[in-house]
Ligand binder design. Structure first.
Ligand code: FAD
Ligand code: SF4
Length: 634
């Protein structure tokens, strides 16, 4: 056992993780005058322009363009990969990848351990939640209520949208404008604060969006109750990628929003070529990597934070937090971390970081793995439970005319109509995302098309080009993301039998889909087939019982994937018996320990979680700053 060396400085706040949450917390806390240490398990390769280019080179060379393919895959620090997901069969867990999967269904999501975290390969979809999403139990008798409501977090949403740099137009984004029949009478009122608008205009719609908009107005019954029937509408999706900054005043000289006292300055690439990436160029590789960094990543916020106050912030990369240590009082007294180098597999020094307040911001799964390994936060029995994701189902087909896929960001619009409604007492809400990249996610197109036409149809030269031109140009896909309820059996645990080469626990995951989510997916499939029929799209969707994510509902089979939206494992709540932390993310059990990230969310609903999670990081940062000032007393 290596001896532990204490770091020579005690910080106001020690943060574990340099992803979205860690970056926002660091920037806020440094701005408030506090000193901050970030421990980041991954490497900071992408920080300079040259090293970011090494990510790109790695991406161009990878045969499988998966979310993690551009980034270092270290034996010392494995990350979960979508390539490792197989069906869990029998009673033995699937130990193929980094996750140990106990099933019965595979948990299909991944994340990235690197400076910047999973923001390096997120898509950028930045949706607010609906007011009903905070009241699932009171409105529908499903899931749980949050300890606060939509209006309590609205101003933090604004801050998050301005930090990430979200491109959207507020007038298009109210529930009514999205064509949602909300479950509450007043849900539209005050959805945006008076005069508020996003920092940049919407990303333009793709040609494919326009094609799907031809089905606008088509009625879709979502249950037997006529009041649940909605009229389809394609609407643009708020996105964390740079478009055109909104002018502070409109043409009549009226201020456009109360945040608009200054014009938003888009941040492009970090490093010396900051002018790059100030507009999205439609390079079409947002997942896994935006070559020009027009898409937000957390390195931008981390770089800002570093320049706010000299010497207030330090980041130690290749530093895996391994144990949260407690004093007799139950307060955290230090975090032991393993500082490794690249030269030797599993060689590291043991060090101890010291602070007044400690924050775990390592993501919903890693936060829990560390907390379980440290035997902390045990009172509620909720730690690691209620793991949620957006089960993601694809429906794909051939349009009757060329629609120009493989251009622009992965998705620019969706049918958002099904994000709320009274049907949620029995069927999961969902969002139908319109894909811009043909059948890429569904079948591996266009590469697989080339292979198929050569091998099966023996086509070469012009005949091959013509066939590709004809078929690929018509590829369309809808991706359904369905909400999942918190279930205590969907959970992350640890087991001494499964460890990384550095001796850290690997996450052991149990996961299933309940009938609520299955019903939502089945309903969405029916909607997609109706849309396909209306638009003359030939359905090519194929779900195969050998697919890892194959499941059945009502006698029919479907396949789902993970969406990368890991939520719910250390949820906030009103009482130490029903939650791991309070409503500002301070752990009930340890006065100076906080757990921040999407793991804090009690329900997932239909919005991709990162904007909400970022808004919650602002909420936590104020409370952490108060705690530092008061010396940590409750
Ligand atoms: C392919 C993909 C696409 C996505 N697209 C979207 C999208 O369009 N919209 C959206 O809202 N969300 C999206 N997400 C989800 C989004 O990426 C996550 O919600 C978000 O990254 C979570 O932020 P975080 O800061 O909590 O964790 P992360 O971004 O994962 O960062 C956590 C950091 O903590 C570090 N860390 C963890 N444990 C330790 C430890 N023990 N010691 C030291 N460091 C540690 C990790 O190395 C990592 O760098 C996507 C996810 C994936 C996988
Ligand atoms: S479409 Fe291209 S330029 Fe735009 S965010 Fe995605 S990768 Fe970056």
């Amino acid at each position: 056992m290596n001896a532990i060396t204490d770091d020579d400085r005690t910080y106001d706040v020690v943060i574990v993780g340099a992803g979205f949450s860690g970056a926002i917390l660091a920037k806020e806390l440094v701005s408030a005058g506090h000193t901050v240490l970030i421990l980041e398990a991954g490497a900071d390769h992408g920080k300079t322009w040259e090293t970011y280019r090494s990510y790109l080179d790695q991406y161009y060379l990878s045969l499988a363009k998966t979310p993690n393919s551009p980034y270092p895959d270290l034996p010392t620090l494995p990350s979960p990969s979508v390539l490792d997901i197989t069906a869990v069969r029998g009673t033995e867990p699937d130990t193929n990848g980094y996750f140990v999967q106990r099933g019965p269904l595979p948990f299909g999501s991944n994340y990235l351990r690197a400076y910047g975290g999973t923001s390096l390969h997120w898509l950028g979809t930045s949706l607010r939640m609906m007011p009903a999403d905070f009241e699932m139990q009171s409105r529908f008798g499903q899931g749980v209520d949050w300890p606060f409501g939509y209006k309590d977090i609205r101003s933090d949403y604004e801050r998050a949208e301005w930090e990430i740099g979200v491109s959207a137009d507020a007038e298009e984004q109210t529930p009514r404008a999205l064509g949602i029949k909300t479950s509450g009478k007043h849900d539209n009122r005050g959805y945006f604060a008076k005069g508020y608008d996003f920092p940049m205009h919407s990303i333009p719609s793709s040609y494919i969006d326009g094609f799907f908009a031809r089905a606008d107005g088509m009625p879709i019954e979502i249950g037997e109750d006529p009041k649940d029937t909605v009229k389809l509408k394609v609407s643009r999706t708020p996105q964390g990628r740079n478009s055109t900054p909104r002018k502070p005043k409109n043409a009549n000289g009226i201020p456009v929003g109360r945040k608009m006292r200054y014009q938003f300055r888009p941040r492009g690439s970090t490093g010396p070529f900051a002018y790059m990436g100030q507009r999205c160029e439609g390079n079409s590789s947002c997942i896994p990597i935006c070559p020009i960094q027009a898409k937000y990543n957390a390195m931008k916020t981390l770089e800002d934070a570093k320049h706010i106050r000299k010497h207030h912030m330090k980041t130690i990369t290749q530093a895996v937090a391994s144990k949260v240590e407690l004093a007799e009082s139950g307060r955290v007294s230090g975090i032991v971390y393993k500082k490794y180098s690249f030269s030797g597999v599993a060689q590291y020094e043991l060090r101890r970081a010291k602070g007044k307040q400690y924050v775990l911001a390592g993501g919903a799964v890693e936060n829990v793995t560390l907390a379980l390994a440290s035997e902390i936060c045990r009172t509620s029995g909720e730690l690691g439970r209620n793991l949620m994701d957006h089960p993601y189902m694809m429906t794909w087909g051939s349009a009757p005319e060329p629609v120009g896929p493989f251009r622009g960001p992965g998705s620019t619009s969706s049918y958002a109509n099904f994000r709320d409604g009274t049907f949620r007492d029995r069927t999961a809400a969902h969002r139908l995302e319109i894909g811009n990249w043909g059948w890429n996610f569904a079948t591996g197109a266009p590469n697989t098309d080339v292979a198929r036409f050569v091998e099966q149809e023996n086509l070469f030269g012009k005949a091959l080009r013509d066939k590709l031109y004809h078929d690929v140009q018509r590829q369309v896909r809808i991706g359904t993301m369905v909400e999942q309820l918190p279930r205590s059996t969907n959970r992350v645990t640890i087991d001494p039998a499964y460890r990384t080469p550095m001796g850290e626990y690997r996450p052991v995951i149990s996961y299933d889909l309940d009938d609520y989510s299955r019903a939502g997916l089945a309903t969405a499939y029916d909607t997609c087939t109706q849309i396909f029929q209306r638009l003359g799209i030939r359905n090519h969707t194929a779900y195969n019982p050998s697919d890892a994510g194959y499941f059945t509902y009502d006698g029919r089979g479907y396949t789902f994937f993970g969406a990368g939206h890991l939520v719910g494992t250390h949820r906030i709540g009103t009482h130490p018996r029903n939650s791991v932390t309070n409503d500002v993310m301070r752990t009930w059990d340890h006065d100076n320990l906080w757990m921040v990230g999407a793991g804090s969310m009690p329900t997932i609903a239909t919005s991709n979680p990162t904007l909400t999670m970022s808004a919650m990081a602002y909420r936590a940062s104020r409370a952490i700053s108060d705690a530092v000032r008061k010396g940590g007393a409750k």
